[in-house]
Design a binder for this molecule. Structure first.
Ligand code: HEM
Length: 238
């Protein structure tokens, strides 16, 4: 019988854990930072600068984001390849969830690679060639420039949707597999909560993306802080 990586207990648990602890947490923090764009250019660029000022940032990025992401993605692609989707034969909700989890995982592998090269490193030929890293004072203009291209904006909104679903349903799978939510009723309500979380994360992430093309995103401007500009000088207290 052929060896199945998806049946390796320890790797599987590590795969679930990396999806929740460094990567899930990172996504929440990332959407929070991006949402600062709702408050305008200066507010977003201050948030980016604050991240760049974190001591030992490179080590945090390598060990807290890039390595867990690499392991989670590669192992995820391997187990997706070993999976046998049966949504055609058995058209049940759970089978669709199973299929969508794998499909979003494979899409995210390509999307995140594109996104990190595009914005973090500025290495996407034909698109932005200025890295946000080291250029916090240009961060808003870099992202706004990219999002003024309709297909790029659409791709990012799709990326946010795929991540929101993949993460929220991943929480549910984790809670069930680790024995945190036991019993059919509890699992049903936990699933509703995770679906609500997916929609909430999508709304926040998509609005953050739209805030780079329209002040305040889709929110009425009255709900936002007056967009501040970088030139604003705080009056001195006397
Ligand atoms: C609203 C849409 C998004 C915007 C505006 C956005 C913006 C950015 C920016 C500006 C950076 C560079 C940060 C820096 O160099 O300081 C970045 C990095 C990154 N983004 Fe996003 N992002 C979005 C969606 C996503 C999604 C859906 C994911 C999926 C998980 C994601 C994952 C990452 C990762 C892994 C990095 C590299 C982190 C690092 O270098 O420390 N982003 N993003």
């Amino acid at each position: 019988m052929a060896y199945k990586y998806s049946r390796t207990f320890l790797l599987r648990k590590l795969h679930q854990l990396t999806g929740i602890v460094p990567l899930g947490l990172f996504f929440f923090a990332h959407m929070f930072t991006n949402s600062k764009a709702v408050g305008g250019e200066a507010s977003f660029e201050k948030a980016v600068q604050d991240i760049h000022d974190i001591p030992y940032l490179l080590f945090i990025e390598i060990f807290g984001i890039f390595l867990p992401l690499l392991f989670h993605s590669i192992y995820g692609v391997i187990i997706s390849g070993e999976a046998k989707p049966n949504v055609i034969t058995y058209n049940y909700g759970r089978n669709w969830f199973y299929f969508v989890q794998r499909a979003t995982g494979i899409f995210l592998f390509a999307f995140i690679l594109f996104h990190v090269l595009n914005l973090r490193f500025g290495l996407m030929p034909g698109l932005n060639m200025t890295p946000v890293a080291g250029n916090a004072d240009l961060a808003y203009d870099i992202v706004a420039g990219e999002f003024s291209i309709p297909w790029v904006l659409a791709l990012y909104i799709l990326g946010v949707a795929a991540t929101a679903w993949h993460l929220a349903y991943g929480f549910w799978l984790f809670a069930v597999d680790w024995g945190i939510v036991i019993g059919q009723r509890a699992q049903k309500y936990a699933l509703y909560a995770c679906v609500a979380l997916a929609f909430g994360l999508f709304a926040v992430g998509a609005n953050a993306a739209l805030a780079f093309v329209r002040p305040c995103g889709l929110l009425p401007e009255i709900l936002c802080e007056q967009p501040s500009t970088k030139k604003t000088v705080m009056p001195k207290k006397v």
